[in-house]
Design a protein around this ligand. Structure first.
Ligand code: ZN
Length: 121
C-alpha cells in the first residue's frame, strides 16, 4: 500500500492546494496538514508580506521626515551652524548631529542630574 504523502489543504484564504509532504515523518503529516489548513496559501502569504514591506517603507519614510523636521527645528533653536555638503548629505548630517547631541545631553545632563539627586536624597 502506497503511503499517502499528498494532502489536500483548504487554506484560510479560500484557496485549495494539494501539498506533497513526503519529507515529514508519517505520523506528523496529518498534524502538519492541519496546521497548513489554518494558514494562508503560499501566494497569499507572500502577497500580504510584500504589503508589510511597503507599509514598512512608508512608515520609515514618514519617520525620517518627522526626524528631519525635529532636527531642523532643534538646529535652529540651538543656533547650530549650517552644514555644508551634497543635497543628500546635509539632511543626514543634521539628523545625526541632533541625535548625537541630544543623546549626549540626556546622558550627561538629565541622567547625570538624577544620579546626583538620588545620592543626596
Ligand atoms: Zn490563497
Amino acid at each position: 500500500m502506497a503511503v499517502k504523502t499528498i494532502w489536500p489543504i483548504d487554506h484560510t484564504c479560500g484557496h485549495h492546494a494539494d501539498r506533497d509532504l513526503p519529507d515529514r515523518p508519517a505520523d506528523r503529516r496529518a498534524g502538519f496538514a492541519e496546521w497548513l489548513a489554518r494558514q494562508e496559501c503560499t501566494d497569499c502569504w507572500r502577497a500580504s508580506n510584500e504589503g508589510d514591506e511597503q507599509d514598512k517603507a512608508a512608515w520609515l519614510k514618514a519617520k525620517r521626515a518627522e526626524e528631519q523636521t525635529a532636527s531642523e527645528a532643534w538646529s535652529e533653536q540651538y543656533r547650530m551652524p549650517p552644514l555644508e555638503g551634497t543635497e543628500r548629505a546635509v539632511p543626514w548630517g543634521v539628523r545625526c548631529r541632533h541625535q548625537i547631541l541630544t543623546n549626549a545631553y540626556t546622558a550627561l545632563v538629565t541622567e547625570g542630574f538624577s544620579v546626583k539627586f538620588s545620592v543626596l536624597s
